[in-house]
Design a protein around this ligand. Sequence first.
Ligand SMILES: Cc1cc2nc3c(=O)[nH]c(=O)nc-3n(C[C@H](O)[C@H](O)[C@H](O)COP(=O)(O)O)c2cc1C
Length: 216
Amino acid sequence: MAMHEDFDKLRKEYTVAGLMEQDCGNDPIALFGQWLLEAIRKNVTEPNAMVLATATKHGVPSSRMVLLKDVDHDGFTFFTNYESRKGMELEQNHNASLLFFWAELERQIRIEGSVSKLSRSDSENYFRLRPRGSQLSTWVSRQSKVVASRATLVEQMEKLSRQFGDDEIPTPPHWGGYCLQAHTIEFWQGRPDRLHDRLRFSLEAEQFWKLERLSP
Ligand SMILES: Cc1cc2nc3c(=O)[nH]c(=O)nc-3n(C[C@H](O)[C@H](O)[C@H](O)COP(=O)(O)O)c2cc1C
């Protein structure tokens, strides 16, 4: 197959920054926070958007974007429908990965670990903060199931909106948060001539991370 000639014009040199061991510290969660802040300050589009990859118990993978809503030493938090495809896969197989790519900073972060559900009260606390329209749509959407038409969804949304009136909308039982507790976090910084920097933190013991450089 001939390579599309336009692809060749897309060649880009990475020159924005470098990543050296001495600048990383020994806490990858802190470094992640620093990089996220830099992405926000650079006005990267949806800086908290990340690819979440899951797999079935047989190892068949799937991926999609979700939004990071919190991060600390307990893990990386996102919210979704527990009965969606990702929810079903996480039920069978708690191993998952997250991926951030911030083009303007020429940076990628790969995160691997194990996912568990947030407590009900943490999910409810976040649900209360969501705009009313988003709260309603979590009741309407049977995420990842086939739906007859868009009109069906819109009708259900209007019907539910009338039913709830001005009442508080409760958190649906099928909706909530997950937290990915990382065991591996790799920071990638693009460099000239494809001689990129890759530094990988691996969790060796509680709060003790081993740092290694990987070949680009
Ligand atoms: C930028 C972006 C952010 C998204 N954030 C979320 C999110 O936080 N939670 C969610 O359930 N879906 C989110 N989605 C939709 C998912 O990518 C996906 O379509 C949906 O969750 C169904 O995935 P599944 O069928 O694999 O379960 C987002 C999509 C985009 C493009």
